[in-house]
Design a protein around this ligand. Structure first.
Ligand code: PMP
Length: 294
């Protein structure tokens, strides 16, 4: 699905993916010094619609600002170009991946220029649609004292790849990472919610990546009068949960069967996660009455 023949948007122009070049002497390639986003376009009854595109491009601007990468583009222009890109590639639903690269030098100081490329391809749910089995990872979430963990920086994903690879080697679908204080943080590239006694809990901001899907779930819960608490969650609390689920743009909402030896007791169909999963689907597909929270 990453066809070389697809159109990509590169610094103001639409070009074919195989006509682009990589800077072999750039900080982005050598040091992971680049910022990314992940946005989804849904095939709705109102046509192809990007979900919360402005919020995603604003977060990309924030990621760049946090790390000193120049970001001279207006959000509206980028949203507009993304719609054009989808049309050029004949994509009705897609995963959209903007990437900002920078630094044509080998020093460790920020460059003043940067480059944006937006790619898009058709992509099913990142972790499938079945319940997934998770494991507590021996890898920790990056420490917010060493890197800005609320920025979506390419280099951060080395830790995610290590954690997922280690988990899948042991036969699990995904890893759950603790923060540097030993509290449950999130999965490799998804946020985590648990349900206990009909209340939802999710790790508070600080060590986690502030997911837009996580934020959307918080908003849906408010509308549905479901109580949600953002707090530090211990591994004991996680294992004692009635149910749990992951959230993310690529993933959507996926239920978790259990963690290591623990299987969550509640039938998935009866969980608050399943309610959220249905609501999120309706929201992204712009089914009636969901406009209120877009
Ligand atoms: N955590 C990490 C590390 C991620 O990369 C992502 C995906 N961007 C998420 C959580 C979920 O964020 P979102 O809901 O905004 O896609």
């Amino acid at each position: 699905y990453f066809g070389k023949n697809t159109w990509v948007y590169l610094d103001g122009e639409f070009v074919k993916a195989d006509s682009t070049v990589i800077d072999l002497f750039g900080q982005s390639l050598h040091y992971g010094y680049s910022a990314i986003e992940g946005i989804r376009a849904y095939n709705t009854h109102n046509g192809t619609r990007l979900f919360r595109a402005e919020q995603h491009y604003d977060r990309l601007r924030h990621s760049c600002k946090q790390t000193g990468i120049a970001f001279p583009w207006e959000t509206d222009l980028l949203v507009d170009k993304t719609y054009q890109l989808l049309e050029k590639n004949n994509l009705r639903s897609a995963y959209v991946r903007p990437l900002v690269t920078t630094g044509h030098n080998m020093y460790l100081t920020p460059a003043s220029d940067s480059s944006i490329v937006i790619t898009a391809w058709e992509w099913g749910p990142f972790l499938g649609t079945d319940l997934i089995r998770t494991t507590l990872s021996p890898f920790e979430r990056p420490n917010p004292k060493s890197v800005p963990v609320d920025a979506k920086i390419s280099g951060h994903y080395v830790a995610s790849i290590m954690a997922t690879t280690e988990a899948t080697k042991r036969g699990f679908d995904e890893a759950i990472l603790l923060d540097s204080n030993g509290y449950v943080a999130q999965a490799s590239s998804n946020n985590l919610f648990i349900e206990k006694d009909t209340v939802l809990y999710t790790p508070s901001l600080g060590h986690i990546f502030p997911g837009i899907t996580r934020q959307t779930v918080l908003e849906i819960a408010k509308i549905f009068n479901i109580e949600v608490m953002e707090k530090q969650i211990s591994t004991e609390e996680l294992k004692a949960a009635d149910s749990a689920f992951l959230t993310g743009t690529a993933t959507g909402i996926v239920g978790i069967a259990g963690v290591d030896d623990t299987t969550f007791p509640e039938e998935w169909g009866d969980t608050l996660g399943a309610t959220m999963q249905r609501a999120y689907k309706n929201l992204t597909l712009e089914k009636e009455n969901y406009e209120v929270i877009i």
